[in-house]
Design a protein around this ligand. Structure first.
Ligand SMILES: Nc1ncnc2c1ncn2[C@@H]1O[C@H](COP(=O)(O)OP(=O)(O)OP(=O)(O)O)[C@@H](O)[C@H]1O
Length: 670
């Protein structure tokens, strides 16, 4: 016969916490298993500590947690080989601690009912009542001469404590499930929960099932992975280990580019492995995918509040005991330790990138397409991060740097300075060269000091790039989607440097000034350039269009474009800003410059054609008509390089092409 040790009332201030907890955590009942298994892990860990301190001299049972599903009895038990509890401890920890913490939790939850509390941590043992109508604890403390005890409670404030005949040290929590919670009798459901929440807990978690009455349980089978790679020392992990862990967390995903192992104990504890994935257009990078753990217990599928926003596209796992979890998400964001953890993570990420830049430039360049977006976004958002990585932001360049040895001093956070000699590293990968801004400025300071020429659309600006490179001007490609913001950011940051898009205006060095000095034609009182300008003004008849004439330099005049459309840098940026603010697509501005290259042979021919024209009584001569058509065509071709055509533009372009060709063939055939 069991001796009743005590029967009584648990003193709690909030009556009926159950309905409240059940209501708020309706969809999250499953976390009870995480809470109970966590308690079991704690109990085993405490036992290990006791054994280590020499306080316990007996044989320590094999650390393990056994989950038993008893289908006929509709119970689920969680059994551990941990420290156990004496009767007094049950009274103290369960009746007082567990219930008071539940009460505290409810109060917190009520206060922030509209905000989600991270992982609902802090609910603890009490959460078993979310799924159970009756909870029993059967426990034997490690303490010498301890009496095993049983505690039982049906969810009301009444409990019963009695002696037990349990002979093995440890604790078993037996839950008699509520009728609507019988899903937890399904082995696959329990496996799934263990995989989600308890996979990396440091002891074996085993599952056994009793299918029929009076039947023995099948042999227990381990269902957790047990090892948390982030807790290992990086020196013990191979490249394959990291990749294997990534594949485990994110199955069927492309391999990550690189990873960072976080490992710090002071002033806060953070462990983790963060991976840089390849950025995919279909992945929503604003949604975090880093899993948050607390002491190897899964908490949340993202840690948006913990890591800096610009690192959101990263993946992996972060584990920290110092992140408060029983608080609302908005509170977490303002928590000082959390802010410092975020800074630490950003710094480690920066360090890892610098290391790669220094030690494996080719790999760095190969990853740059994806890394660059993180780095630039990070620099735009985080001053400290910007300082850390500004020297390793690279740009593709038109210069051929396959032999050049970069010489840049990189200052690490720790204050060491290292000279980046080429170190056998190449800045050219697959025939494309990359440079830092500093290197670019240094290389070009004699020709154009503090001036950067860039292109942001390789295809549409090809003519302009060609014009620059043919004159030996180095052009940087700033053509990723973030670059339009980044270029203006750089200009603000480095106010002494002038950034000019290749199509914004022409550098003096591209213009042949000798050819510009011209003789005035006595009949029209105009220079040749002025005549060309007048011809185009009349033909195009666009008051807002600014027509400029210049003789462009080139190896031979025919290799330069006959005309170009220029968008003055400031005007273009203002347009872009306005469009951004009004959330509209950038319209091509009506006010732009049409630059006619007076040294191009086609322009010369055009002038002769127009001058040779004789006015006929019924209007323009065929030559004058043709000249007008060609003016339009020259303008369209220049525009085409800039913006393409809309439907109307395309139709008139094709129609006119046919007209021009007909007239030309007509002339030639005669
Ligand atoms: N399996 C167990 N073995 C030994 N002691 C236990 C076990 N489960 C619970 N306890 C005791 O009961 C106490 C209360 O547990 P409870 O889960 O409510 O809170 P907690 O674990 O202290 O904190 P948390 O609310 O974060 O879970 C524990 O601190 C522990 O002393």
């Amino acid at each position: 016969m069991t001796t009743i040790l005590e029967q009584g009332n648990i003193s709690i201030h909030t009556e009926n916490i159950f309905p409240i907890i059940k209501k708020w955590l309706y969809s999250d009942h499953e976390i009870f298993l995480r809470e109970l298994v966590s308690n079991a892990v704690d109990a085993i860990q405490k036992m290990k500590m006791v054994a280590r301190s020499g306080e316990f001299s007996g044989d320590m049972a094999e650390p393990e947690i056994i989950l038993t599903i008893d289908k006929p009895k509709q119970t689920l038990s969680i059994s551990d080989t941990g420290i156990g509890m004496t009767a007094d401890e049950v009274k103290q920890y369960i009746n007082q601690v567990a219930f008071s913490s539940a009460e505290e939790f409810v109060q917190k939850y009520q206060a922030s009912a509209d905000q989600q509390i991270i992982g609902h941590f802090g609910l603890g043992f009490y959460s078993s009542f979310m799924v159970a109508k009756y909870v029993e604890i059967d426990t034997l403390s490690y303490k010498e001469g301890a009496q095993a005890v049983k505690w039982a409670c049906d969810g009301s404030t009444e409990f019963k404590l009695s002696e037990s005949d349990r002979a093995t040290q440890g604790t078993t929590i037996k839950l008699t499930l509520q009728d609507e919670e019988l899903e937890y009798l399904e082995p696959h459901r329990i496996r799934q929960l263990v995989k989600t929440y308890c996979d990396f807990m440091p002891f074996p978690i085993k599952l056994q099932v009793i299918e029929k009455e009076d039947e023995d349980a099948q042999a227990p089978e381990q269902i957790n992975r047990q090892i948390a790679p982030w807790k290992e020392s990086p020196s013990n992990l191979s490249r394959e280990d990291y990749l294997e862990f990534y594949r485990y967390l994110y199955p069927f995903q492309e391999e990550p580019l690189l990873w960072v192992h976080l490992n710090t104990d002071y002033p806060f504890v953070v462990n983790g492995i963060l991976y840089f994935p390849k950025l995919k257009p279909d992945v929503d990078v604003s949604k975090g995918q880093i899993k948050l753990f607390c002491n190897q217990v899964f908490v949340s599928d993202n840690c948006e509040e913990v890591i800096p926003q610009f690192l959101m596209p990263l993946r992996g796992a972060i584990d920290s005991l110092d992140i408060p979890l029983n608080v609302s998400r908005s509170f977490l964001q303002s928590d000082r330790t959390v802010r410092r953890i975020a800074d630490y993570i950003a710094k480690k990420v920066g360090d890892r990138l610098k290391e790669l830049y220094r030690d494996n430039r080719e790999e760095y360049i190969r990853c740059w397409q994806d890394l660059g977006t993180f780095v630039k976004f990070g620099s735009l958002n985080d001053e400290k991060f910007k300082k850390q990585v500004e020297d390793i932001i690279i740009y593709r360049t038109t210069a051929n740097l396959s032999d050049a040895a970069p010489k840049v001093e990189i200052q690490t956070q720790e204050g060491d300075v290292w000279q980046d000699s080429s170190n056998g590293q190449s800045n050219t990968v697959d025939g494309k060269s990359y440079t830092t801004l500093q290197e670019y400025l240094e290389r070009n300071k004699e020709r154009h000091e503090n001036r950067v020429f860039y292109c942001n659309d390789e295809v549409s600006q090809a003519t302009y790039v060609q014009l620059h490179t043919s004159q030996g001007i180095e052009v940087l490609f700033m053509d990723s989607f973030i670059d339009s913001h980044f270029a203006s950011f750089l200009e603000r940051e480095y106010s002494h440097i002038k950034f000019s898009r290749v199509d914004s205006e022409l550098d003096e060095t591209l213009i042949d000034k000798n050819k510009s000095e011209e003789i005035v034609d006595p009949t029209t009182n105009q220079t040749r350039s002025e005549q060309i300008k007048t011809l185009f003004q009349k033909a195009l008849d666009k008051p807002k269009l600014i027509i400029r004439t210049e003789a462009l330099k080139g190896e031979d005049a025919a290799s330069t474009p006959p005309a170009m459309v220029l968008l003055p840098e400031q005007l273009r940026r203002m347009q872009e800003m306005t469009a951004l603010m009004q959330q509209q697509a950038v319209q091509f501005p009506e006010e732009h410059i049409l630059l006619i290259n007076t040294s191009h042979p086609m322009i010369e021919n055009l002038m002769s054609l127009s001058q040779g024209a004789i006015a006929t009584p019924d209007g323009q001569s065929p030559s004058a008509e043709l000249a007008t058509l060609i003016c339009h065509h020259v303008y369209d071709l220049a525009l085409m390089a800039q913006k393409g055509f809309d439907a109307d533009g395309m139709r008139s372009f094709v129609e006119r092409s046919n007209q021009v060709l007909t007239k030309l063939t007509d002339k030639a055939a005669r």
